[in-house]
Design a protein around this ligand. Structure first.
Ligand SMILES: [Zn+2]
Length: 302
């Protein structure tokens, strides 16, 4: 597993916080027309953003869901921060791989869309999950129901439920990005002239950049998932955002438009590219620089 990696968005220090990985049937992640392999291993990576006054964790990992998950605490420790240093936890959505780590942060406010909370907590959804009627995923649906009861319900007293796009800390905007789940949220982090767009599970595999119409077994609404995904990708291209997803390898990268689809670039290349973009725009960029052995170089403007 990769360790936590530090990067910068403007004045904000940020870290990728790997939680581990889980192996899925390939057909659960990619559609038949992609000829998926029998199995696919998906990485799980949360993000930590330190604005200087507020430390925000975005998604919390899967806890004991799989044999190689639940490493968020270890990743956080490697940054030098303690759980009590995290002021706010944002949950992109209420699937088990995103909410099981909430219990590690008993003092943090927990932010999510109200629509997401109410969908998963409703007696109707709980009953339909127990009857395996929501996804057609069999016993995994009961795991989803139990995860909500075990991890979300106990955090009820410290939840901050959002009804609309909301800046929950300086430069950190949480906004609806529905489809994967009804109240799925994305997060835009803005500082200085740089932006990070975290899309949660709006994309779950790198092949979905080139094939944004490919949905997975966990996308509750295929139509809405694809519509939201394309909107997020177009926004990332237009605004030259660093692009992050919970299940993308290394979590970070850049996205470019390519005819009717998109292209994904891994993080280091993406940041080099961001430097080129900035140089073209302002013509007095100091360029990329590497700090120590960190994978992600800082980008600084003079
Ligand atoms: Zn997920």
């Amino acid at each position: 597993m990769r360790g936590a990696e530090r990067f910068r968005i403007g004045d904000y220090d940020c870290w990728t916080l790997p939680d581990g990985e889980l192996t899925y049937p390939g057909s659960a992640v990619l559609p038949p027309e992609s000829h998926p392999p029998a199995e696919l291993t998906a990485p799980y990576t949360a993000l930590l953003v330190d604005t200087g006054s507020t430390r925000v964790l975005i998604d919390t990992g899967a806890g004991a869901l799989g044999p190689n998950t639940g490493k968020l605490a270890e990743s956080l420790a490697s940054t030098g921060f303690l759980p009590e240093d995290v002021h706010v936890v944002i949950l992109s959505h209420a699937h088990p791989d995103h909410i099981a780590g909430v219990r590690l942060f008993p003092n943090s406010a927990v932010v999510m869309m109200r629509k997401e909370f109410e969908f998963w907590m409703s007696a109707e959804t709980q009953a339909r999950l127990e009857a395996c009627e929501v996804y057609g995923l069999g016993p995994l649906e009961a795991v989803m129901a139990a995860s909500v009861r075990d991890h979300l319900a106990p955090a009820r007293d410290r939840l901050r439920l959002l009804d609309r796009p909301t800046e929950i800390a300086a430069g950190i905007l949480v906004f609806p990005a529905p489809g994967h789940t009804p109240g799925h949220a994305a997060v835009l982090v803005s500082s200085g002239r740089q932006q990070l767009l975290y899309v949660g599970d709006a994309l779950v595999h790198p092949a979905q950049f080139e094939h944004p119409d490919w949905v997975c077994a966990f996308d509750l609404s295929s139509v809405e998932t694809v519509r939201t995904r394309k909107q997020l990708l177009e926004r990332a291209v237009a605004d030259r955002c660093l692009f992050a997803g919970f299940h993308l390898p290394g979590a970070l990268g850049a996205v470019e438009a390519r005819q009717a689809s998109f292209r994904w670039e891994p993080a280091v290349a993406a940041e080099m590219n961001a430097c080129v973009h900035l140089r073209e725009e302002r013509n007095h960029v100091t360029g990329c620089r590497r700090t120590g052995t960190k994978t992600h170089p800082s980008i600084s403007l003079s």
